[in-house]
Structure formats: structure tokens, C-alpha cells
Design a protein around this ligand. Structure first.
Ligand code: AGP
Length: 621
């Protein structure tokens, strides 16, 4: 969702900014723009609807010189995606230019005030209001740009990451954040600015993560200067970036999504490294070890997340209740934050987020924190906002996930949550709560099996070609149903979400037994039904569900355990996954569903990595 890039130094800014925008494309956007101050002190802005490549074509014959600039990819909130609404925006005098990620909630009131003062507006955006307010403040309070930004932001309600240029000061970029991420990269006599580290990594590994309500001044020849919006000086904390360039490239795959699906054997090994010790039958999760009592004394665990991360949370509910016997509630962050939920001091809240920047999940955490709950987060992006405001947590360590459709982050979240459930359950047993904890025998069995999961995923990936072949059958299909039970009910939701996101085919996931309560009315020969049916507790029941679908001429695509003959006889297509512990089956069964969605989207000619309307990191409500 909206991407920010900035550069100030001795090199030509434009190529750095454009490359940076390409790196941020994965976040999702619908227009792009750039502002540069050239050697003659002119402030040039170029904008285009659509992809960054369209901006490049538009700017090809224009003056793109200058060693200072800011650039932006916009995901429309206020006003439709068009050139006028694209960022950067000029101020009234065209002396200032701004880019912005977030939402200025009180923009209408601010705009009305500025209009009374004679300001005019060229776009429908909240962002243009902010740049006008900054210029108005600068002129009327006779202050410098940094102070004007501070004073303007004091009046703002909402979320922002901004960067501002002033053509009268071509040696400075002023930036600030609240609720939307912003990272400064420190090079050799040059500074970089971005929404995340991906545009920065090829130039420097020295970064500063800007905190909420901080204003940063990047001035040539001077150290980074950080103050709050109330002008309290802050000491910049320089961190070392652990990200490599190769992680941001496709590595020979046609799409990031396919690369990320195929990376899962390795990413899960990375997620478990130093944590799962198969030889010693042990799991060591530092975030749990340091806070055992909080988990053991919890009367309840609340899991909060959005989208795919919420599906991982549902799987965790099954695992935590099974192994640790603690009641679990799984909440959509967007509902939880506005629901006046009952939260007690001895509740543990687990927040799950790949990006660590999802606005709703951040707000849900803040609410739970204010009520005294202990916050444990599962996150992929190191240093993101969610882990930083949590009491403890666990990184998934799968490297950057570029495809908008989450794949490798999901399986790693499931592994992290399963490890946590096993740790709580084992600790309960060790402390003598025999009835509540997991037996040592079962614990050891699952630990051993976790060690086998990467190889078993490899076996599933080996069926890629076959899945690609039968995916072609569904090129013109309009609807899909996904069914699963127990641990695999959330997998059916996840399979349906993947298909919807990237192929734009309508798909719904249900617990298989719910089919009879309504969705069965949809079954006909036109309706493909994906049934996730590995051998586990409810296997016989789900076989009956498949019979019911076949009796109504539905087309069944079944995901089954290797060697399953019963389902093979009745299903139209069968994908086998190796046998494993029931709680680990989602790690295997979800992979063919990721591949199925991917191949259907490819045959339909969809933009798999950047599906329409979607953003990778949803930083606004
Ligand atoms: C997954 O494929 C989605 N793109 C989306 O549902 C995502 O999982 C959701 O927006 C939550 O994101 P987060 O994990 O970064 O918080």
C-alpha cells in the first residue's frame, strides 16, 4: 500500500528513485510519481496512472536531472486513481512537494480552513491538504520547513509517512511518520528514504527506523536530525540491515509467488533453525522461555490478525486448545479494535502479521495493551512496527515475501504457532498439570515430524506440473467451493482466498460438514469443489461429504494422504500429500492449493504478483 522513496546525495536521484519504486511495486498501487529539484533550483513533478513503467515512459523526454528527489506509488484512498490524485503534490505556490502514505482523517476540516484563506486544490486527496497546510504554516508563522511540518502535523488526526521537498532548500528532505512505516538509509555522503528497506538494501546496510510522531531532517553534509513533532530531540539509533539483494529477485522463476511457494522447504527450515532440535526432542522458543508464566497463567488466549494471518491463527486455535488446553478466541483485528472487547490483565494476545505494519492489527494490539494484556507477536519483517510494540514474539525468518498473495509467510506462521502451542503444552505437563499438557510421547513424535516437513513439502512440489496441467480445465470457471475439517478447515479458507486474490474467481471456504446447511444448494456439474481430506480424525466423515457432492454431479478435486484409494475412486482429480501428524497436515495440504490458485491465475493471464486492488501491506484501515 503506497510506497515512499527519497534520495539526497551526489548521484543522479531519478534512477535511484525509479528503481526504488520498482522494488516497492509488490506493496500494491495504482499510480506513481516523482519530484526532483534540478541544478537550476526548479522543482519538477511527473506523475502517471498505472505502473511505474508508465511513469518512466512519461518522464522519458523530460528533465529528470537533480541529486535530490522523492517518489511515490499511490494506492487510492481519497479520490480515484488518476494523474491528478497521484503523488507528489505541489503546494499552492508550487515551492513545496509532498508524498504521503496513510490517511489524514480530519482533512475536510483542514481543507475548509485553508479554502477560507484562499487556497485552491487540484486533487481530491487528503495529501494535498497537508502540503498546503505546511506552506500556510511556514508563511504565516515565519518558520523553517521542519518547524512548519512539526506544527502542521500537530493538527493532523490520522496516519502518515511523508516526505517534503522545498525548492528554496535543495539540500534537505524533511520526513515524518505516524502509523505508516519509514526507514532512512545512511550511505557515504548520501541519504535514502523508503517505506521499507527494499529500495535501500543495494546501497547501504545502515538504517534508522523512524518512530511514530518523529520528524527527520536529511540535510547534505549534516548528521541525521530527529525530533518529535513537539520538537523534542531524539538520538538516532542506527541498525544493521539483514537483507540481501538476491532475496528481492525472482531467481529464474516467472513470478515471485511461484518462487516463494517453491522456497517453502528452505524457509521452514530457516524458521525452525535453532528452535526445533530433533536430536534432543526439544523446542526452544526464546519468546516463550522468557515469558513462561504469562502463558501458563493465561485464562485465555486471544489471537488477532487479518487475511491469511488470521487463517494461521485459526489453525493455532486447534493446536493450542489441543496441546495446552487454554481457551482460544481468534479475532479479525478490524472487528476486535472496534468491538469493545472484554480483555483481562491475565489474557495473552497473539498478534500475527507477515508485514508487521497492518493498521488494523496494530490498533488491535494497542487496544489490548491499554487493557494490560501481554502481547506476543508472530511477524516476518524484522524491525516492523508490530514486533516493536509487542512485549515479546517470534520472527518467522522467511525473508521478504514479495508476491501479494501470502504463501511462505503462512506456512512459517503455522510452524511458529505450532511450536508455541507445543511449548506451552509441554511446560504445563512438566509443571505437573498432567491433564492439561501434551504427553511426552506425542510431543517427541511431533518434534520429529516437524523435522521431516521440509522434505515432505518437496514431495508435494514435485506434483507442480500435474497441477499446472489440470488447472487449465478451470480457466473459465466462475465459482469454486473449498471444504475442509478440523485443522484443514482454515486451509480451505486459505485456498479459497488465494484463488480469489490472484485469479478473481469467486471462491468460498467452508467446514465440510456445514455444506449441508446451505452451500450444497450451489453444487452442480458447473461447480468444482476442492476437498482437503488427509487421513485424520474426521476422514470418514469427509469421504461422505465427497459422496454427497458427487451425487449432485459436482467436480471434486481432493487433497488426500499418499496411498488413499477410497477418495481416488470417487474424486475427479487427486493430489497426494505425504502422511504426517494431524496438526501438521496444513503445512502440506495448503501447498497444492497455493499451486492450483497460481496456475489458474497464470492461464487466465492475471497479474499474479500484483493482483488488482490489493496491497501487500495494508497500512490504512
Ligand atoms: C494474503 O494473501 C493477503 N494478501 C492478505 O490477506 C494478508 O494476509 C493480510 O492483509 C494481512 O497481512 P499481514 O500478515 O501483513 O498483517
Amino acid at each position: 500500500m503506497c510506497g515512499i522513496v527519497g534520495y539526497i546525495g551526489k548521484r543522479a536521484a531519478y534512477p535511484i528513485l525509479i528503481k526504488g519504486l520498482h522494488r516497492l511495486e509488490y506493496r500494491g498501487y495504482d499510480s506513481a510519481g516523482v519530484a526532483l529539484i534540478n541544478g537550476q533550483g526548479q522543482l519538477n513533478i511527473y506523475k502517471a496512472k498505472g505502473k511505474v513503467s508508465e511513469l518512466e515512459s512519461f518522464a522519458a523526454e523530460k528533465d529528470t536531472t537533480g541529486t535530490i528527489g522523492i517518489a511515490h506509488t499511490r494506492w487510492a484512498t481519497h479520490g480515484e486513481p488518476n494523474t491528478q490524485n497521484a503523488h507528489p503534490h505541489y503546494s499552492e505556490s508550487e515551492r513545496l512537494a509532498i508524498i504521503h502514505n496513510g490517511i489524514i482523517e480530519n482533512y475536510a476540516v483542514l481543507k475548509a480552513g485553508l479554502m477560507k484563506e484562499g487556497y485552491t486544490f487540484k486533487s481530491d486527496t487528503d495529501t494535498e491538504v497537508l502540503v498546503q497546510l505546511i506552506e500556510y504554516t511556514q508563511l504565516n508563522r515565519h518558520v523553517d520547513l521542519k518547524t512548519a511540518v512539526q506544527l502542521a502535523l500537530q493538527q493532523v488526526v490520522g496516519a502518515y509517512a511523508i516526505a517534503v521537498l522545498d525548492k528554496d532548500h535543495p539540500d534537505t528532505i524533511i520526513a515524518a511518520r505516524k502509523g505508516s512505516p519509514l526507514v532512512v538509509g545512511i550511505g557515504d555522503g548520501e541519504y535514502f528514504l523508503a517505506s521499507d528497506a527494499t529500495p535501500i538494501v543495494e546501497y547501504t546496510d545502515q538504517v534508522i527506523y523512524i518512530e511514530d510522531e518523529e520528524v527527520v531532517s536529511l540535510q547534505m553534509g549534516k548528521d541525521v536530525d530527529i525530533t518529535t513533532i513537539n520538537n523534542v530531540t531524539k538520538t538516532p539509533e542506527i541498525k544493521r540491515l539483514e537483507l540481501s539483494l538476491s532475496q528481492l529477485e525472482k531467481g529464474g522463476y516467472p513470478h515471485f509467488m511461484l518462487k516463494e511457494i517453491f522456497e517453502q522447504p528452505r524457509t521452514l527450515t530457516d524458521s525452525m533453525r535453532g528452535r526445533v532440535n530433533v536430536r534432543q526432542d526439544n523446542i526452544a522458543l526464546s519468546g516463550f522461555i522468557d515469558n513462561k508464566d504469562r502463558f501458563l497463567n493465561a485464562k485465555r488466549i486471544i489471537i488477532t490478525a487479518c487475511g491469511t494471518s488470521w487463517h494461521a491463527g485459526l489453525i493455532a486455535m486447534y493446536a493450542i486448545e489441543e496441546f495446552a488446553q487454554i481457551p482460544v478466541e481468534v479475532e479479525y483485528s478490524s472487528e476486535f479494535r472496534y468491538r469493545k472487547p472484554v480483555i483481562n490483565k491475565d489474557d495473552v494476545v497473539i498478534a500475527i502479521s507477515q508485514s508487521g505494519e497492518t493498521a488494523d492489527t496494530l490498533a488491535a494490539i494497542q487496544l489490548a495493551k491499554s487493557k494490560g494484556a501481554f502481547i506476543f507477536s508472530i511477524c516476518n519483517v524484522v524491525g516492523a512496527s508490530i514486533p516493536r510494540i509487542s512485549d515479546s514474539g517470534c520472527y518467522t525468518h522467511v525473508g521478504p515475501e514479495i508476491g501479494v498473495a501470502s504463501t511462505k509467510a503462512f506456512t512459517a506462521q503455522v510452524v511458529a504457532l505450532t511450536m508455541l502451542a507445543l511449548c506451552i503444552g509441554r511446560e504445563k505437563r512438566i509443571r505437573g498439570l498432567e491433564d492439561e499438557g501434551i504427553s511426552e510421547e506425542q510431543f517427541v513424535r511431533i518434534v520429529k515430524e516437524l523435522g521431516q516437513i521440509p522434505d515432505k513439502i518437496q514431495c508435494v512440489l514435485a506434483q507442480n506440473k500435474r497441477i499446472a496441467d489440470f488447472a487449465k480445465t478451470f480457466t473459465y470457471t466462475q465459482n469454486f467451493i473449498y471444504l475442509g475439517r478440523g485443522y484443514n478447515f482454515p486451509v480451505s479458507l486459505e485456498g479459497a482466498l488465494k484463488l480469489k486474490e490472484i485469479s478473481y474467481i469467486h471462491a468460498e471456504g467452508y467446514p465440510a460438514a456445514e455444506m449441508k446447511h446451505g452451500p450444497i444448494a450451489l453444487i452442480s456439474q458447473e461447480m468444482p469443489v476442492v476437498v482437503v481430506a488427509p487421513r485424520c480424525g474426521t476422514y470418514e466423515k469427509i469421504v461422505s461429504n465427497i459422496q454427497e457432492i458427487k451425487a449432485r454431479h459436482g467436480k471434486v478435486i481432493a487433497v488426500v494422504t499418499e496411498g488413499d484409494e477410497q477418495v481416488r475412486k470417487i474424486a475427479d482429480y487427486v493430489i497426494e500429500v505425504p502422511a504426517t501428524e494431524e496438526c501438521l497436515t496444513p503445512l502440506l495440504t495448503v501447498v497444492p492449493l497455493q499451486l492450483l490458485a497460481y496456475h489458474i491465475a497464470v492461464v487466465k493471464g492475471c497479474d499474479v504478483d500484483q493482483p488488482r486492488n490489493l496491497a501487500k501491506s495494508v497500512t490504512v484501515e
